[in-house]
Design a protein around this ligand. Sequence first.
Ligand code: RIB
Length: 310
Amino acid sequence: MKKIAVIGSLNIDLVSRVPYFLRPGETLQGLSFHTFMGGKGGNQAVAVARLTPGVSMLGMLGDDQNGLAYHKYLEEQGVNNQAVGIAKNSISGTAVIEVDDSTGDNRIIYHPGANLLLNDMHIQTHLLQIMDHDIFLFQLETPIDTVEKTMKVLFEAGKTTILDPAPAVTLSRDFLSYASFITPNETELSILTGLPTDDEDQLYKAGEALLQKGARAIIIKAGKQGAYYIDSNQRFAAKGFTVKAVDTTAAGDSFNAGFATAFSRGEALPQALRYANAVAALSTLKTGAQPAMPTTQQVESFLSSYHEID
Ligand code: RIB
């Protein structure tokens, strides 16, 4: 089986559940407040660890209490943390998250902190430690130039690179070409292409436009609708699963982890997308990015017992 590594961000998430999203100038009493381990990179690594053994993380934490706790926690979760640095006199990345209590939707403000120190030097020092891995997951919460250079090295070395373009910014043709798969959600796809992505037809058109801009294969994450796949030879949809979402934070991260895991087992793309949809759906069933991320057994039992709700 192929081994998976994650190169990316680690944040501490400060999460308030709210009766509705704040309006300008408003002060609102939250319904609950929790602190969770998060960050798109950390979420993807922990989500993979729940599904398959042998995942490694390359990232950067601060030397504050949160950073030290997160470093230890990664190991406890089954993530190899040898390539996760602890930067002196730095604070760890932090995200302030509002979750709408009735829909589970979220809004996130992100402060990168030590994630900004995941630079060329740190990568050069530690990349060799994870070069025996086969599939590499990236996001854009760490310095973008370094993400591009690292993806280039790995792609040219024949590795599979999966880019979650979040937070979304427009990317050059070269950058796009270093991703074996790019996995935007609808909003990110719209930012990457400048096109509307409000319905299936628009999603496919925007996906085609991203192919024209240099992307090789695009997996569009469309939440409960599921996912859409587009490359130069084929396009298809993988229907999503209906669940009662409590918190959608990191559903996209869980999707990428699910896809990478199924792909690492050699599953065909439609099956890998179905598996990823299931992992994402299950990850929304509790508050916080990581608490509901499912194990392999939970995904298998969900997939075998799921019945369409009309
Ligand atoms: O994708 C969800 C993540 O985005 C949160 O855990 C938060 O840390 C932000 O990075």
